[in-house]
Write a protein that binds this ligand. Structure first.
Ligand SMILES: Cc1cc2nc3c(=O)[nH]c(=O)nc-3n(C[C@H](O)[C@H](O)[C@H](O)COP(=O)(O)OP(=O)(O)OC[C@H]3O[C@@H](n4cnc5c(N)ncnc54)[C@H](O)[C@@H]3O)c2cc1C
Length: 476
């Protein structure tokens, strides 16, 4: 068989699917990429906001660490896209109180980072597993005492890091603090939209080849090839299929597998966390917040007890914002709607959300002439039928890394049952390269950079290499 007749289908055109398609093409295989939505990019979703001249993100929006990050390389290769480091933080400690200065705010945020860095795996883990909340609160209290910072403010502010985990810190395993890779070099805003960078990385040929509006409903891998059924366009078959749909889609059981997936994989799908982070893009008539801030956070300490005030506040101890004023000179902000706040606001219209922000911000900036957004757009990742949430995390008590290894393992059919092989597959592994096989990628399958765009990109490249090795075209 010549290499050109190897048929590969990739399901999903997000960062993982696009990276895999690019890699396969580099090795002479032109895959068919099926995408359920009417757009490419998945959870990388850049939109013109507030007008065509400005691309902001409703999904991934920050580069976490630049060095060695494949997303950095993609941004550098893309025209009109740039990365700006976060420099100035502003903490607004309570409604009606003046914002802390940038210097004090930076010290406050650095103290919190010091508390996080000081954490070590507990010598005597709790029965049922420790959460991040279990570990972090004692460390915060120590750091607050060391630097003379009000401990209650530090307790509130830790709520802001929920945006990294997409669920409340008492639900996230403390293992996620230790079993994770980090690129060096701080956090960066991306100007011009992350989609432009991913598009430049994947290339026009890959992006224009994606078959949009192809929602996959069934995958059968028991015969001579793998058959993929779509809701709109019938059935296709291939020698290998790469599944990159989000963990939320696998959890929802939206794709039927025949034979059923292995018990180990089904358990990993059920046990790995998949949480909610939404974003609100906000345009105001003028800048009423400290114009020098790149990052702002409003806090709600427990001494705020006036029901009239509490009724006006968004229901989180910390509500974090990115301000684009320093870099674009426009009254634009992005707000992270963490966990339950995202779930709640997804039920509201954009108009209602604008009203909630108006009241919340008026409590923190009482002298502003208007805090009502003139434009507001929020993401709705939980309601999105092709995501069912935002990204994966390690649940308390679960085996996060073990789950990733189960989710990443390719599978073949042996004796009528789905059988997983370890990932990455070995070139000399005893498996017939003609057997139809299922491969897996997506942020939830990367053992170091899960929950991120670079993790998804790297998982797609790994899965493409596995497919090539399976076909005997690339020794691993
Ligand atoms: C609000 C938010 C903020 C984030 N912030 C950051 C950040 O700042 N930095 C960062 O690095 N990462 C961030 N992430 C995470 C990052 O966006 C993801 O990890 C990454 O984009 C996932 O890529 P993927 O290819 O694994 O999945 P996806 O991008 O979800 O791609 C999977 C594709 O499969 C398609 N699909 C689903 N079901 C079917 C079906 N049945 N048939 C066919 N196709 C289907 C989907 O439509 C989608 O296009 C954020 C995510 C969210 C939601």
């Amino acid at each position: 068989m010549t290499t050109s007749v190897r048929r590969v289908i990739i399901i999903g055109a997000g960062a993982a699917g696009l990276a895999a398609a690019r890699r396969l093409r580099e090795h002479g295989i032109i895959p068919i990429v099926l995408e359920a939505r009417d757009r490419v990019g998945g959870r990388v979703h850049s939109v013109p906001f507030p007008d065509k001249g400005c691309m902001l993100n409703l999904g991934a929006s920050i580069v976490h660490g630049a060095e060695g990050n494949p997303l950095t390389a993609a941004i550098e290769a893309a025209p009109d896209i740039s990365m700006i480091p976060f420099a100035s933080n502003v903490v607004i400690p309570r409604p009606g109180a003046p914002p802390m200065s940038v210097d004090d705010s930076n010290r406050f945020i650095e103290a919190e980072a010091e508390a996080l860095e000081s954490l070590r795996p507990p010598a005597n883990p709790k029965q049922g597993g420790d959460s991040i909340a279990d570990l972090i609160h004692p460390a915060l209290a120590q750091v607050a005492a060391k630097y003379g910072i009000e401990a209650e403010l530090m307790r509130c502010n830790i709520d802001a890091i929920v945006s990294q985990y997409a669920d409340d810190l008492d639900k996230v395993s403390s293992r996620q603090l230790f079993d994770v890779g980090e690129f060096e070099g701080g956090d960066y805003m991306v100007l011009g939209g992350i989609w432009g960078a991913l598009h430049a990385f994947a290339g026009d040929a890959v992006v224009s080849s994606v078959r949009l509006n192809h929602e996959v409903t069934h995958i059968t891998h028991s015969g001579a090839d793998v058959r993929v059924r779509t809701r709109q366009h019938g059935e296709l078959s291939a020698d290998a299929v790469l599944v990159t749909v989000p963990l939320g889609v696998l959890k929802a059981g939206d794709i039927a597998f025949e034979p059923p997936l292995s018990t180990r994989r089904q358990q990993a799908i059920a046990r790995q966390g998949f949480g909610v982070l939404d974003l609100a893009l906000l345009e105001f008539s003028e800048v009423f917040w400290p114009a020098e801030a790149d990052y702002l956070v409003t806090l709600r300490p427990s001494d705020v007890t006036d029901p009239a005030v509490l009724n006006d506040l968004l229901p989180r101890d910390a509500v974090p914002f990115v301000s684009y004023t320093t870099v674009m000179d426009r009254p634009l902000m992005l707000c992270f709607l963490n966990a339950g706040l995202g779930v709640q606001l997804e039920e509201c219209t954009d108009e209602e959300v604008a009203g909630l922000f108006e009241r919340h911000l008026k409590r923190y900036f009482p002298h502003a002439s208007s805090t009502r957004p003139v434009r507001c757009r929020i993401s709705r990742w939980l309601k999105d039928p092709y995501a069912h949430g935002s990204f994966s995390y390690f649940s308390v008590g679960g085996d996060g890394l073990g789950n990733i290894s189960a989710l990443a393992a390719p599978c073949l059919v042996a004796g009528g049952a789905s059988s997983d092989i370890s990932s990455p597959i070995q070139a000399d592994q005893d498996h017939p390269s003609n057997a139809p096989a299922l491969f897996w990628a997506g942020e939830h399958t990367h053992e170091l950079y899960y929950a991120t765009v670079p993790g998804a990109m790297l998982s797609g490249q790994r899965a493409a290499d596995e497919i090539l090795a399976h076909f005997g075209q690339l020794p691993l």
